[in-house]
Design a protein around this ligand. Structure first.
Ligand code: AMP
Ligand code: ZN
Length: 461
């Protein structure tokens, strides 16, 4: 039975789906004004591992990840510029920026072997749904209009702080109080559902007609409207990075539960941050690293996946290049070990059981990795059994263990011979001959890379 830490109850709970064998799963996706950094990608990996763990347990997962391309302002306090419009002069610019960074994001997901969600809806393509929800909120008395915006009336939703679990007064509202300028805003904690294109937002590029004046939606309403459209009023799991718990996820809950009159997500899963120099890696902090930098430095993107697996998702992970190099090393060793494994046959039941227990214990991936290495090292089983079990583990790890093994099997005898000859030439320090042999190997369709632990062979595609 899968157990997960639910941020809502602040307890580890047994996961019980609403519908048997099916899971409705929503994850807050990227704001596509810039490349994702590896901190953002740690959260996407957390969601991917959770999804794979659900699938491993036999659930069919309907995963929805939004793409934010309008309404996310530079401050979470409903102030500042729209992030998407910072470097744009017109609508074509906004669309081009969104497309470029959405494509880059999809490439990052692919490089990290993250399974694509069933749906990736864009906020800008769901404005009518957001307007409908705001209309409902006004009709039910949960929202009000000023000259500048439509606000959610927090005082009407007494459980507003349930996700954060603190009194409203203790929550980080100070900053917000300072920036309140709208005289018709009732309470500093009220947040924007709809920005009217007036005052500082008069020249906002993306605008839609609405019952309250032309304008654009606030950031939080998109997740409420799109999760309702694709998963229904009440669904199973909502995931995000820990920083989104407040205000974003708190506001989503307030909107959805008020509009729908039903509980929103049953389980809230929040992933801890990736740090750099012990501080949060963030776009606004300007201390971020992207996948492109990792690849330029010749790391396999899956080394970052491995690094993320070494730490529990509810613990902070401080990124260093040394730790990434160690992860790359471990991954290379794993590939090296597996490459000589026999055809998979009858797995190792006890290891599989221990692995499932670790995964089902709130996704204990560090323990699961330790079990993987115990399996590799044990003399108790033949490699055919190890292969069978490792390939199963990899349904969750996603480290392409089977693909690497298959590739190793496919090396033609002629290439294997060239490799052996090159190894002998290198041992004899005959570098002219070894370079010549490397070129022959390349001509045969393989790249040979020297690593600290020996060579690594990659097929040319
Ligand atoms: P954004 O593109 O800023 O809207 O963020 C996308 C996702 O990345 C959200 O779920 C954030 O919580 C998450 N996130 C942002 N910074 C970090 C970080 N340093 N470590 C882990 N997740 C992060
Ligand atoms: Zn969201």
């Amino acid at each position: 039975m899968l157990k997960l830490f639910n941020s809502l109850s602040r307890k580890i709970e047994e996961f019980q789906p609403i519908k048997p064998n099916q899971v409705g799963f929503y994850i807050c996706g990227p704001t596509v004004y810039n490349d994702a950094h590896i901190g953002n990608l740690r959260t996407m990996l957390m969601a991917d591992i959770l999804r794979r763990a659900l699938e491993y347990n036999g659930f069919q997962v309907n995963e929805v990840m939004n793409i934010t391309d309008v309404g996310h302002l530079t401050s979470d306090n409903d102030t500042g510029e729209d992030k998407m419009e910072k470097n744009a002069k017109n609508e074509a610019d906004v669309l081009a920026i969104a497309k470029k960074y959405t494509d880059n994001f999809l490439n990052d997901l692919g490089a990290l072997n993250i399974e694509l969600p069933s749906k990736m809806p864009k906020a800008s393509e769901h404005v009518p749904e957001q307007i409908e929800m705001i209309k409902t909120l006004i009709a039910k008395g949960f929202a009000y209009e000023s000259d500048e915006a439509v606000y959610f009336d927090v005082a009407k939703f007494p459980q507003y702080n349930k996700l954060v679990g603190q009194n409203l007064d203790d929550m980080k509202l100070g900053a917000r109080q300072e920036v309140v300028k709208d005289p018709k805003k009732k309470n500093p904690v009220d947040f924007v559902l709809w920005f009217k294109a007036v005052g500082r937002y008069q020249n906002h590029i993306l605008k839609w007609p609405s019952p309250w004046r032309e304008g654009f939606p606030g950031w939080h309403i998109e997740c409420s409207a799109m999760s309702r459209k694709y998963l229904g009023d009440n669904f199973d799991i909502h995931a995000a990075g820990i920083d989104l718990k407040f205000p974003h996820n708190t506001n989503e809950t307030a909107q959805s539960e008020s509009a729908n009159g039903k509980p929103f997500a049953n389980y809230w899963i929040h992933g801890e941050h990736l740090l750099i120099n012990e501080g949060r890696m963030g776009k606004s902090e300007g201390n971020f690293i992207t996948m492109q930098t990792l690849v330029e430095k010749k790391f396999n993107p899956l080394a970052f996946r491995y690094l993320v697996l070494t730490t529990h998702y509810r613990s902070k992970l401080n990124f260093t290049w040394e730790s990434l190099a160690a992860a790359q090393n471990a991954l290379n060793n794993l590939y090296q070990e597996v490459s000589s494994f026999a055809e998979p046959k009858v797995g190792c039941a006890q290891f599989e059981q221990n692995f499932l227990e670790a995964v089902n214990n709130d996704l204990d991936t560090p323990k699961a990795l330790a079990i993987l290495w115990d399996l590799i090292k044990t003399g108790e089983f033949p490699t055919s059994a190890k292969a069978q079990t490792l390939f199963k583990f990899d349904q969750i790890f996603g480290l392409k263990i089977k693909e690497t093994w298959e590739l190793a099997k496919k090396i033609p005898e002629s290439v294997k011979k060239l490799i052996d000859e090159r190894e002998s030439a290198r041992t004899a320090k005959d570098f002219t001959k070894s370079d010549d042999l490397r070129k022959q190997i390349e001509t045969a369709g393989f790249f040979l890379e020297d690593t600290v632990d020996g060579y690594k062979l990659k097929k040319k595609y």
